[in-house]
Structure formats: structure tokens, C-alpha cells
Design a protein. Structure first.
Length: 442
């Protein structure tokens, strides 16, 4: 964690293609695992309703967030936007929500990586593989953002190809009747319960904004990266959801067998129904699925480092977190601290709970960011806005309303986890107000 005092500037080296790779890569593991747990909650129609609203939220949010990212291209993302638009305290809350999302999502993905590799290397435990993955990809991110982003682009392309291969194999076996079987088992309450798993399809795409400070011509390229990424992800979400369930009904991509616990591997379950587990295509798809998991794991580690770095750079966290490595010009200290926290969370083994806490952070971030956008439009009408969200105020308003309803729904269906999340947020806020705020001068 070698760094020099006062050295806190990140290197600009990312273009629009790299940003597309990051935006899709942050998210793409959500196509490979986790989303199918929403089928258990709401059935095909329940998850479809939840996903439709979440797609509307993410499309309107992404274009709104792009306005903020192009106007304020800084590594802190939501933290910087809330700080400028709403003041120190809301800035802190936005930053903490963002940190919780980005720090808690990787452990869930690391556990899935461990589970995948454990199938091929049963002599090594899932936890050992997951922790080793943390060390490898944290080191890669410390080495350099261009190297990390190039790696991310490569594995993201492979993961996208994997989803297209799956769709091509599944489509000849697709039947509309499979989408209609037991499609709405729990009614509208099931749709609300499925919301966190619909969010998992797109969670962390906003991380594109956190590398704006390392982007060449961010006022232009962030828009291209964000726009192309959300379009790609919406198309992949619709294709993956419909083709996988259309093979044999929603139960077939949730339960490996009757009476078994829900699986985190919906696409392999569907592929096994089509070609069998002994087929070479099945094994190839398992390997490609690993690329999807690695893409998101590595990408979110990258963006989490930037978010934590900015928190330290401006004094909202220990100053050491806001230093860059003297040689590699990356936020090495922040990356290492995030790794330590992630490994601690990983050892709990509570994958679904960790995912839900990450969703709490994400929804809080979306709500605070949209309020900050409205505030900045009023407080700073002359702020340079290279891109303005279309149909203002409709787009940010729709994103704000859906995110608020989604947050309420997730609280209702996850009361204990909500208490944990808001306790973390509340205690850290009290620490900020009483011990940090007075020392900060902006």
C-alpha cells in the first residue's frame, strides 16, 4: 500500500469501449445466477412484473445518472453528486449507501465463483477459492486501471457470447406454455417479494460513473458507455429470462430436483434439460458461466475501490484511503481495505442476505442521487451539463418513484436485514455528525 502524501490524482486512460465493458461486466453475473430465486417468490409472471418495473427504473435512472456523471466526473459518484446538490450530511449518506452496495456485492459473487470452481477442483473448498479470488483480483486492480479494464472487457465479451450461445441452444426447445405454467403462484405479493432478484439483473451498472475521473473526455464517453451498457443489459435480461424459463417452466430453473433447495445456477439447470449433464456443451457453458461471475466480481472490486478512495480523499473516511499508489496510480489502500471487509462478509456464508443488503445500498443510492439531480437543477442552473437527461423531469421522477416503492417493498419482505442495513447507515451517520463533519471544509 505504498503511496505518497498529497498524491491523489487518478490517471485518465479509459475510452468508450472500456466503459461499455465495465458497465456490462459489473452486472453480467446477475444473468448467470441469483435472479432465478425471484421465481420461487413470484413465479414467471411475478418476477416478470417486478423485472419490467425495474427495467423502467434502470433506464430512466441511468440516463438521469449520466447527466450527473458528465457534469461532475469524479470518482465518488453518488457521494460527489449528493455532496454538491444536498450538502455534507446527505453526501455522507449517499456515499455510505454506495460503499455498502459495492463492498457487499463482491462476497456473494466470490462465493458463486468458489462453488463453480469447486465442481472442477473438489479437493479445494469453496471458501478457499473465494478468498484466493479476492487476493488475485485486488492485486490486478492495484497493478493498473487500464490493465484491469482491458481484462474486464475481454471476460465480459466472453460472458456475453455465453449468454447468446445459451439462447441459441434454448430457443429450439422454447414453448410459450412453459411460461404460462403456474405463472403467478403468490399473486401480486409475489411480484413485490421478487423485487431484489429483479434488481440483481442490473445491480451496479451505476459504477460506470465512478471511473469518470479516469476516462478520456468523460463528458462524451461516459454517455456512450452508459447508454450502450444499459441497452445491452436490457436485451440480455429479456432473452435470458424468457428462454431459460421457456425450456421447461420456472421450477426447472429453480430446483435441481423435487424437494431440493433453490439453486443459484438457473442456466446450467436449463442447459442440462436440453443436452444432458454429460454433453460437452454443458461443460463448456459451465466454464463460460465462470467468466460471467469473474467479470462482475472483478469489475465491482474496481469500482468499489474508487468509491472508497473518494471518501478518504475528501476526509469522510481516514485520509489514507484517499491516496493513490506512487507507481501504479491506483487507489491501492482503498482496494485492500475493501478486500478485508469483503472476506469478513464472505466467511458468514450468508449469500442471499449479502445480496439483499447490497440491494438496500443500491436503492438508497438511486433515491438520493435523483433528489440531488433535482436539487442541482434548481441550485446550479448554470452548471455545465454536456448531457441533459431527456424528458426532464419525467425520467428522474419515474426513477425516484420506482426506487422508493422498491425500497419499501424490500424492507417489508426483509425486516431483519433492513434493521441491519439501517443500523450500519445510522451508526456511521452519527459518527460522521459528531466526530467528522466539523473538521471538513469544502
Amino acid at each position: 500500500m505504498n503511496s505518497e502524501a498529497g498524491n491523489d490524482q487518478l490517471e485518465r486512460s479509459l475510452g468508450p469501449l472500456m466503459l461499455w465493458g465495465l458497465g456490462v461486466g459489473y452486472v453480467i453475473s446477475g444473468m448467470y445466477f441469483g435472479w432465478n430465486l425471484g421465481l420461487e417468490k413470484g413465479g414467471t409472471l411475478g418476477l416478470a412484473i417486478a423485472t419490467a418495473f425495474i427495467i423502467i427504473m434502470y433506464v430512466t435512472f441511468t440516463f438521469s445518472y449520466t447527466e450527473l456523471a458528465c457534469s461532475i466526473p469524479k470518482a465518488g459518484g453518488a457521494f460527489d453528486y449528493a455532496l454538491r446538490g444536498l450538502g455534507k450530511r446527505w453526501g455522507f449518506l449517499g456515499g455510505m449507501a454506495q460503499n455498502i452496495e459495492f463492498v457487499f456485492a463482491p462476497p456473494a459473487i466470490a462465493f458463486a465463483i468458489g462453488a463453480y470452481l469447486h465442481l472442477f477442483i473438489p479437493s479445494i473448498s469453496v471458501l478457499t477459492i473465494a478468498i484466493t479470488s479476492y487476493f488475485i483480483f485486488t492485486a490486478l486492480n492495484i497493478y493498473g486501471v487500464k490493465t484491469a479494464a482491458s481484462f474486464e472487457l475481454g471476460i465480459t465479451v466472453v460472458a456475453v457470447i455465453g449468454l447468446l450461445i445459451f439462447a441459441a441452444v434454448a430457443i429450439p426447445n422454447f414453448k410459450i406454455s412453459n411460461l404460462q405454467t403456474n405463472a403467478f403462484p403468490h399473486g401480486i405479493t409475489g411480484a413485490f417479494a421478487a423485487i431484489p432478484f429483479a434488481i440483481w439483473f442490473f445491480l451496479a451498472i451505476e459504477g460506470v460513473a465512478n471511473v469518470a475521473e479516469e476516462t478520456i473526455n468523460p463528458q462524451k464517453n461516459v454517455l456512450i458507455g452508459f447508454g450502450s451498457a444499459i441497452l445491452t443489459l436490457v436485451v440480455l435480461c429479456i432473452i435470458t429470462f424468457s428462454t431459460s424459463v421457456g425450456v421447461a417452466g420456472w421450477e426447472a430453473v429453480v430446483y435441481p430436483e423435487m424437494g431440493a433447495e433453490a439453486s443459484d445456477s438457473p442456466l446450467p439447470l436449463a442447459m442440462a434439460r436440453i443436452v444432458g449433464e454429460s454433453h460437452g456443451l454443458y461443460n463448456l457453458f459451465i466454464i463460460i458461466g465462470l467468466f460471467g461471475l469473474v467479470a462482475s466480481f472483478h469489475g465491482i472490486i474496481l469500482v468499489a475501490g474508487r468509491a472508497t478512495f473518494e471518501f478518504g480523499r475528501v476526509g469522510y473516511a481516514p485520509k489514507g484511503l484517499g491516496k493513490v499508489h506512487s507507481r501504479f496510480k491506483t487507489p491501492a489502500n482503498a482496494l485492500v481495505i475493501n478486500m478485508v471487509v469483503g472476506i469478513i462478509a464472505l466467511t458468514t456464508g450468508k449469500t442471499s442476505e449479502i445480496i439483499t443488503i447490497a440491494c438496500f445500498g443500491a436503492l438508497s443510492l438511486y433515491i438520493i442521487s435523483m433528489i440531488a439531480l433535482f436539487s442541482l437543477r434548481v441550485r446550479e442552473p448554470e452548471l455545465e451539463r454536456p448531457f441533459k437527461v431527456p424528458l426532464y423531469p419525467i425520467f428522474p421522477g419515474v426513477a425516484l418513484v420506482i426506487a422508493t416503492v422498491a425500497l419499501i417493498a424490500v424492507i417489508i419482505y426483509n425486516v431483519t436485514l433492513a434493521l441491519i442495513y439501517f443500523s450500519i447507515l445510522g451508526l456511521s451517520y452519527l459518527w460522521f455528525v459528531f466526530f467528522v463533519e466539523k473538521r471538513i471544509v469544502h
